[in-house]
Design a protein around this ligand. Structure first.
Ligand SMILES: [Zn+2]
Length: 353
């Protein structure tokens, strides 16, 4: 930001000079994060009013909840740091790091980051996610129908919290719930598989109901198992190779709300997010870079990043004409915006003699 300090565009747009990078860092730690959350909520409401948020074909709005780690260090720490012991050749060392749980809404062709919440020392990720969801449910009560999460969240606290708030849940089912996984495996051997077509993939699907893994939750669960085959061309010798992957999903969604095909799509969209949503935040927006190592500053930067991510993606998805998007990449559009910031800033490079 220091480099675009002299930008005529920025000066005019802000109505004054840009603060120094140092001031931005110092002030970020003093900002009340809820004020940035409020700005993001206002953006969401405007998009909603403009009918820019549309549900996918199955009609369900999904919210992906996921934890991400940042800024692992042996040297620097703050009062918000989590710590763990790492065994090295030089003995055991304490490593400091931050972990943040994010909530991202999946609309048709548009992902919207609703909120972030840092994991606190002494609590686990599920507890952080429940605090995050309490905030999200209060700020965006009708924004989503179902919460998607990985196997870590196949936890009675998580399901019970969401069921009591009238929301459905879909998580991956893995070895961390061995009894339930075994029961689903055994039962699927007795049930006929159905075939689902999803592009070039061949998917066999076992859709089973009536699981009651946690007596404290008065609701029966559904497990969907899939075996997915796709053919890829091997890079080495260009020969086709069949790849098989197997998935188990645990959900409160009933078949009339989401048929097997919708279940498979919802389940996989959680990985789309991992590949597009958060990867993009890290690789293109430097969202995991710690500009100021203080807990409030870290959260405020993430929330500001969410605001920019949402604005940019809403612009790309809903403002630009499809014909233009066929010709230019998203990165090209970003560079065009950057060009405006840099216009009139960079001193002309000295010409070689
Ligand atoms: Zn820290």
């Amino acid at each position: 930001m220091e480099q675009v300090k002299g930008s005529p565009f920025l000066r005019e747009w802000l109505g004054g000079p840009l603060p120094s990078a140092d001031s931005i860092g110092r002030i970020s730690n003093l900002i009340e994060p809820d004020t940035v959350r409020e700005a993001n909520r206002a953006l969401y409401s405007q998009l909603k009013r403009n009918k820019a948020i549309v549900a996918p074909w199955h009609g369900l709005m999904a919210l992906v909840v996921d934890g991400h780690e940042s800024s692992a260090s042996y040297l620097r720490c703050c009062e918000g740091c989590l710590r763990r012991e790492i065994r090295t050749t030089a003995g055991t060392r304490t490593q400091y790091y931050h972990r943040t749980v994010s909530a991202m809404l999946l609309a048709e062709d548009l992902e919207i980051l609703l909120d972030f919440e840092p994991q606190r020392p002494g609590e686990d990720e599920v507890a952080t996610a429940i605090r995050l969801l309490t905030q999200v449910l209060s700020a965006f009560p009708r924004a989503f129908d179902v919460v998607l999460a990985d196997a870590l969240y196949a936890d009675p606290r998580f399901f019970s919290f969401l069921v009591s708030h009238g929301k459905d849940v879909l998580t991956v089912l893995k070895e961390n719930q061995p009894g339930l996984l075994q029961e689903a495996r055994t039962l699927s051997d007795l049930v006929e598989a159905t075939e689902i077509s999803a592009g070039p993939k061949k998917i066999e699907c076992w859709d089973m109901e009536g699981f009651t893994p946690w007596p404290e939750i008065k609701k029966s669960f559904r497990v969907v198992r899939t075996r997915e085959r796709s053919t890829i061309t091997r890079q080495l010798d260009q020969k086709p190779e069949e790849q098989v992957s197997e998935w188990f999903w645990l959900t409160t969604l009933k078949p009339p709300q989401a048929n097997s095909k919708a279940m498979v799509e919802l389940g996989h969209s959680r990985w789309d997010i991992e590949n597009r949503g958060f990867n993009e935040l890290v690789n293109e927006w430097d969202a995991d870079h710690v500009y100021r190592h203080q807990p409030t500053a870290i959260l405020v930067f993430l929330l500001l990043c969410a605001l920019m991510f949402n604005l940019f993606h809403a612009f790309w998805a809903r403002n630009l004409k499809p014909a233009l998007k066929e010709k230019v990449t998203m990165r090209h559009v970003a560079r065009t915006m950057l060009e405006e910031l840099y216009a009139g800033v960079v001193p002309p490079l000295a010409r070689p003699p």
